[in-house]
Every structure is written in C-alpha cells, then in structure tokens.
Design a protein around this ligand. Structure first.
Ligand code: NDP
Length: 238
C-alpha cells in the first residue's frame, strides 16, 4: 500500500455537517479515518472515539486510543465548532468563553497532541476549519469571529515552529455552507447573506471537503500558513 492509503486522518465532529463530509471524502479516498465526536451516528467506515474538544483529558485519551488502534495521526482536521451569537453589549463572559473554548482552545488541544506523533514521523498536515467571519467580521459574532481569527495566528505560529519537519498548518475559511449551523439562521437573514455572495448561493459541505483534501495531500507539501477561502467570493480572498 502507498503512504497515502495507510495514513490516519482525524476529523473532529464528523457526525454531521462539514466534518461529516470531510470524513466521508477521506474514506472514499482510501484513508483510515477517525473522529473525536460527542454524539450522533457516524459515516460508514469512520472509527469513532467519544470525546469533547473542551476536555484535554478526553482529547489526550482519544489520541492515545487512536494511535493504539490505528496508528499515528498524520492528518488533523480541527472542525468542531459552535456559535453563540449575541450583540457585543449583551454578550456574557460565558458566551464568549464557551465559543473560544470549543473553536480555538479545542483546536489547540488537538494540534498540541497531534504534533507529538507528527514530529516523530517528520510528517504532518494540520488543517483548521475557520470561517469567512474570522477575517470579515460579523455583527453579533464577536466571540465566534475572534475564535476563528485566532486559528490563523495558530496555524502561522505552528508553521514557523514545525515547518522544517515537513509539517504544514493551514486554515480553510468557509463562507456559508448548507448545514445545521446555517439552517438555524432566519430565512430573511439567509436571503440577505445570499445577495452579498458573488456566487449567489450557499455551498454544500463537500465543497469544503475538497479544499481540505487538497491541503492534506502530498502535492500541498509547500503550502503552509495559508488561509484558503471556500466562500463563493464573499471575502474576496481576504
Ligand atoms: P454543525 O453545527 O453542523 O456541526 C458542528 C460539529 O461540531 C458537530 O459535529 C458538533 O457535535 C461538533 N462539536 C461542537 N462542539 C463540540 C465539542 N465541544 N466537542 C466535540 N465536538 C463538538 O456545524 P458545521 O458543520 O456547519 O460547522 C463545522 C465547522 O465549520 C465549524 O467549526 C464551523 O464554525 C465552521 N464553519 C461553518 C460554516 C457554515 O456555514 N456552516 C461557515 C464557516 C465555518 P454535536 O453534533 O455533538 O453537537
């Protein structure tokens, strides 16, 4: 078997939405795919490890089990994320902290643990799922936007720290994707957003998966610290 068919890919939150589509794409490609997830059912062929990205204990334990069961993780896709939208003036410390804890610190916990095996293997791909909102901003999303912008600094610092060991760290910044997260938006809001997207539509989760797969590929070995938008032109490349 070639290197690409034996590598272990870990996607957080593969039970639904974008994470599910990413996991399915890697399975279809022949990779061994694991997920750390909280609930729900998983796509066919994905190895599930229950855990919450807000718990260092859960993450470290899940990685240890994945390594024992499947081998070292060489591709990490930090996808799990939440929103707790609120206007700045009304946003509580809890709403701010919860979002940062899942979206930013959760990604950090996974990247830190994944880096151990990647450094040993002198090979690795770290991909953070950010958002167009991270660099574009969004009213009512001070917490979410700050957490997603933070992933850019994280990827670039990892790139500087681990780049010489054939480890890349990149950010994919989706625009509006048809998942539970966007279905929760009122119809009028969805219409307003659509009118400002040059592509004139929301995307499907598999369109994000395609960008992730490319960044995880052998061919993308010289791309690191980059932000790849998948947003129909909304952010104009930031
Ligand atoms: P969904 O709300 O459909 O799914 C979110 C996923 O994250 C679920 O699997 C959820 O698990 C998981 N998750 C949330 N909190 C935790 C936690 N503490 N521990 C483990 N898993 C957790 O969202 P999307 O699929 O739309 O979003 C996926 C990523 O893409 C997120 O990071 C999001 O911010 C980002 N994104 C989404 C966009 C969109 O338009 N949909 C646009 C830009 C970025 P559970 O099912 O158990 O809740």
């Amino acid at each position: 078997m070639s290197e690409t068919t034996t590598r272990v890919v870990l996607v957080t939150g593969a039970n639904r939405g974008i994470g599910r589509a990413i996991a399915e794409a890697f399975v279809a490609q022949g990779d061994t795919v694991a997920t750390i997830y909280r609930s729900g059912d998983l796509p066919h062929g994905v190895h599930g490890y229950v855990g919450d990205v807000t718990s260092t204990t859960d993450i470290d334990a899940a990685f240890t089990r994945i390594e024992a069961d499947l081998g070292p993780v060489t591709v990490l896709v930090a996808n799990a994320g939440i929103t707790r939208d609120q206007l700045l003036m009304r946003m509580s410390d809890e709403e701010f902290d919860q979002v940062v804890d899942v979206n930013l610190t959760g990604a950090f916990r996974c990247a830190r643990r994944a880096s151990k095996g990647m450094i040993k293997a002198r090979n690795g791909r770290i991909i953070f799922i950010s958002s167009v909102v991270g660099l574009y901003g969004g009213p009512g999303q001070v917490n979410y936007s700050a957490s997603k912008a933070g992933l850019v600094g994280m990827a670039r610092s990892i790139t500087r720290e681990l780049g010489s060991r054939s480890i890349t760290a990149n950010v994919v910044a989706p625009g509006f994707i048809n998942t539970d997260m966007t279905q929760a938006l009122p119809e009028a809001t969805q219409k307003t957003y659509k009118s400002s997207i040059p592509a004139g539509r929301f995307a499907e989760p598999h369109e994000v998966a395609a960008a992730v797969q490319f960044l995880a590929s052998e061919q993308a070995g010289y791309i690191s610290g980059a932000v790849i938008p998948v947003d129909g032109g909304l952010g104009m490349g930031h």
